[in-house]
Design a protein around this ligand. Structure first.
Ligand SMILES: *[C@@H]1O[C@H](CO)[C@@H](O)[C@H](O)[C@H]1NC(C)=O
Ligand SMILES: *[C@@H]1O[C@H](CO)[C@@H](O)[C@H](O)[C@H]1NC(C)=O
Ligand SMILES: *[C@@H]1O[C@H](CO)[C@@H](O)[C@H](O)[C@H]1NC(C)=O
Length: 173
């Protein structure tokens, strides 16, 4: 009897240990973030997107999500000059797929310049984003020596989870 009881409590302890380890290992993976451009207002006029990006860190592997009036606006990637002058004549890439809901993967560590064509750039629909590499992940205490496989922070965007609290990270103003 005593032996069985001991076995049960040991397996319970193992379960808890396994749970803790799983959580610890999963934490660094939940890293990519899907940014809703303009938050609740979306991609539209009368928003200063320079202000919107203030205090936010954009990392390689994150996404931008643009939600807008598909009958009027669009999402064009342009170079720095065309961003500054609101020139939409020769976009590098047209991200507008037609539904007014576009996802732009920030999968290269560089500057991204996105504007709306059809004149809306002049009304403020322009977004310049500096995408950084993740800082080296902090060493998780307690994970070492347990034989858990090390997970890399960077996985393919498709496999990445939303960062916890995404959308709530913005300062309220
Ligand atoms: C947007 O805000 C930035 C500072 O955050 C400011 O420099 C810029 O002039 C503003 N743009 C407009 C169109 O108000
Ligand atoms: C952006 O593209 C335009 C037209 O192709 C070109 O004239 C301009 O020099 C480019 N600017 C940069 C910073 O590459
Ligand atoms: C980034 O994403 C675009 C669009 O999905 C894709 O065409 C491109 O190959 C990707 N680049 C890298 C370096 O993964």
């Amino acid at each position: 009897m005593k032996g069985i009881k001991l076995l049960v409590s040991m397996s319970q302890a193992m379960m808890i240990l396994l749970l803790v380890c799983t959580v610890l290992v999963m934490l660094p993976v939940a890293s990519a973030k899907r940014w809703i451009v303009g938050d609740k207002k979306g991609w539209t006029t009368n928003i200063n997107y320079s202000t919107w990006i203030e205090g936010n860190n954009f990392y390689n592997g994150d996404w931008l999500f643009f939600s807008y009036d598909r009958n009027q606006m669009n999402v064009l990637e342009v170079n720095k000059t065309d961003y500054e002058t609101c020139n939409s004549d020769h976009p590098i890439y047209n991200w507008a797929a037609g539904a007014g809901r576009d996802v732009v993967p920030l999968n290269v560590t560089r500057d991204y310049y996105l504007i709306s064509g059809k004149g809306f750039c002049f009304g403020g629909m322009k977004l310049a984003i500096h995408v950084k590499n993740y800082p080296p992940p902090p060493v998780a205490r307690g994970v070492h020596g347990l034989g858990q496989p090390k997970k890399s922070r960077k996985t393919h965007p498709k496999n990445q989870k939303k960062r916890v609290g995404s959308g709530n990270c913005k300062k309220q103003r």
